[in-house]
Design a protein around this ligand. Structure first.
Ligand code: SF4
Ligand code: SF4
Length: 348
């Protein structure tokens, strides 16, 4: 059965509160529930994250139900500005996610060092259990506010990625990523050192002006792929992308096991790379489209994908990542019962 998905065009994004109220997608929230608003606070220098001013309307709706909203995210596996709760909160504040702007506190979900987690049983193809950040499991319900954009491993990143990858603890993220270590084609390397500077794991060095990788140190974060202009790094696209997409969806199944959420996707600043990259050049490649919301994460992501392609006039994601089939995540999520790829679009 098709799920209802609600659309607000970007030129009316200041109507977010009324649009979300009219959608009635927050019906799962009860009085005194702790509601996790899962966002991505943005890596340093990255401008793609959701503007914090859009959090307040969501917080207001949750508070009207006398529930307790908090903003959250979990630590990264690479050593950037979001690798532990201390630095994560500092970058969140720097990007404007303060209690004054958003109206609620930040609680980083997997503890000071990213190791506070719960093993959730899923018994699926890749994982029997998934390592989810503790406070995600402690929350009574969720609002996933996701920036929808291109993604170097999965073709696009939206609600499913924010749920699955975003709510994994460090160990969980490593389990999803670890098979995707980049391949190296040294003959194109000019020894410029850029990838070495951006590999926070110190897995890369230059020997006689050619890059060398220590695979034991590599965590598959992809920073080197984005930061090399000479196509030295690659992936085994089919194998790696399909596997990662399925693993993310299995983590999403663990997060949503016995819990309900609402999903709000922001189709603006639609860039090639995700918000984890500390690259100011991660510019939008097309016009802003709007906001898509619903109670079904699969339908919300499918509608976001379709609306972007429609606005672009052809398949945007195929153009930026011809080697990746991002439909894998949608189809696998539908197969696991997380939602429906069929939807009815309701224009606000
Ligand atoms: S960024 Fe590319 S060209 Fe520069 S050192 Fe690294 S691999 Fe070589
Ligand atoms: S080698 Fe590349 S993928 Fe591996 S940790 Fe370093 S930057 Fe990340």
């Amino acid at each position: 059965m098709p799920s209802k998905v609600y659309f607000l065009p970007w030129n009316r994004c200041n109507e977010l509160y009324n649009y979300l109220k009219a959608s009635r997608i927050f019906g799962h929230i009860k009085a005194r529930n702790f509601i996790a608003i899962k966002v991505h606070f943005g890596e340093e220098n990255n401008k793609g994250h959701i503007d914090p001013k859009y959090v307040l309307p969501v917080v207001e709706i949750i508070r009207e139900k006398t529930a307790y909203p908090f903003l959250t995210d979990a630590s990264t596996i690479y050593v950037g500005k979001r690798a532990d709760a201390y630095h994560h909160q500092i970058i969140a504040h720097k990007h404007g996610f303060t209690i004054d702007v958003c109206g609620c506190p930040i609680i980083i979900a997997d503890g000071l060092r990213g190791d506070v987690q719960v093993q959730v049983e899923v018994n699926l193809k890749h994982f029997k259990t998934v390592a989810i950040a503790q406070e995600i499991c402690s929350a009574d319900g969720f609002i996933f506010m996701s920036h929808f954009k291109g993604h170097e491993l999965t073709g696009f990143g939206g609600a499913l990625k924010n749920i699955g990858m975003g709510c994994g603890s460090k160990a969980g993220k490593y389990a999803m990523h670890h098979s995707c270590k980049p391949t190296l084609d040294q003959k194109h390397c000019i020894g410029c050192d850029n990838c070495v500077k951006h590999c926070y794991q110190k897995a890369l060095t230059l020997i006689e002006k050619k890059v060398v990788m220590d695979k034991k140190k590599c965590v598959g974060c992809g920073q080197c792929i984005v930061n090399c202009a000479f196509k030295v790094f690659g992936l085994k696209w089919n194998e790696d992308s399909v596997g990662v997409q399925e693993k993310i969806v299995e983590y999403a199944a663990g997060v949503l096991k016995d819990k309900k959420g609402s999903y709000v996707n922001f189709l603006n600043h639609i860039s090639k790379y995700c918000d984890c990259f500390s690259v100011p050049k991660n510019n939008p490649l097309m016009e802003d489209v709007g906001i898509v919301a619903g109670a079904d994460p699969v339908a919300v992501d499918q509608a976001s994908y379709d609306l972007i392609n429609k606005a672009y006039g052809k398949n945007f994601f195929k153009e930026i990542y011809p080697q990746i089939n991002p439909i894998v995540q949608l189809q696998y999520a539908q197969d696991l019962g997380l939602g429906s790829r069929e939807y009815t679009l309701v224009n606000y």
